[in-house]
Design a protein around this ligand. Sequence first.
Ligand code: SF4
Length: 204
Amino acid sequence: MTEPSPIKSLKALRAAEEECTRCPLYKHATQVVSGEGPARAGLMLVGEQPGDQEDKQGRPFVGPAGGILAKALVDAGIERKAVFVTNAVKHFKFEPRGKRRLHKRPNAYEIDRCHWWLDFERKLVRPDIVVALGATAIRSVSGRPLPINKIRGRVLPISDGGQMVATIHPSYILRIDDEADKQTQYRQFVADLKICAKILTKAA
Ligand code: SF4
């Protein structure tokens, strides 16, 4: 039998996350960036960690990668407002470089420590499908490192009885210089999201 969650609402979850010291990342970030969206959502999107803009604004996917994600959701026929968006790691990890803060990928320890919060989000929001955006999210959602090129676009079962679709993180598309490659990756990203749209339609 599943243990009842001691955290009963997204508001209470956010308050608890604000106090989190489970790993060292809280020390240098501006603030925690909690998940955002409806209290019950069919689709949950899990990214890696907040970026520079997200850290400043305290909201997930409001930076350049969030712009690509918003466009891709429209192209996949998914309403952004109906989706719960969050990150595997809730504090921004970076390396100061002059006035800039360069993104640093979270390590396995940080991902595993922050998984605690993702579990609460999944228990509260009860999504029909979780989309893991990139390697960090795949590790957190599935509980183990899995090669993205082997599982991309496939619907896989996860431990809480739900389903996961793995795809790239939208920031990957931003980093591609070649325009044709960029378009190809974008189209594939939309195709991965369309798989979720189909599952949601069937579940409705
Ligand atoms: S990154 Fe996650 S586990 Fe680490 S301090 Fe922040 S909320 Fe806690």
